[in-house]
Design a protein around this ligand. Structure first.
Ligand code: FES
Length: 67
């Protein structure tokens, strides 16, 4: 996995989302709002997937295409 800033600014850690069970919590500033809303990619250094509805104790999963 390539990375540089580890602050969500450079985009080097961006991966393509293949499947997600949950909601992507985008915490980067690299992807535009439109790109984030598309749900097709995320910056792995700062973003994560959380359970839909914020359910405590529920699992969230994401499958990504690693470069
Ligand atoms: S390492 Fe720079 S955005 Fe993730």
């Amino acid at each position: 996995m390539m990375y540089d800033c580890r602050k969500g600014e450079c985009g080097l850690c961006e991966v393509t989302i293949l499947d997600v069970d949950g909601v992507v919590d985008h915490r980067d500033v690299f992807l535009s709002r439109r790109q984030q809303a598309s749900g097709r990619s995320l910056c792995t250094c700062v973003s994560r997937v959380v359970p839909a509805g914020g359910g405590a104790g529920r699992a969230a999963r994401v499958a990504v295409d690693l470069p």
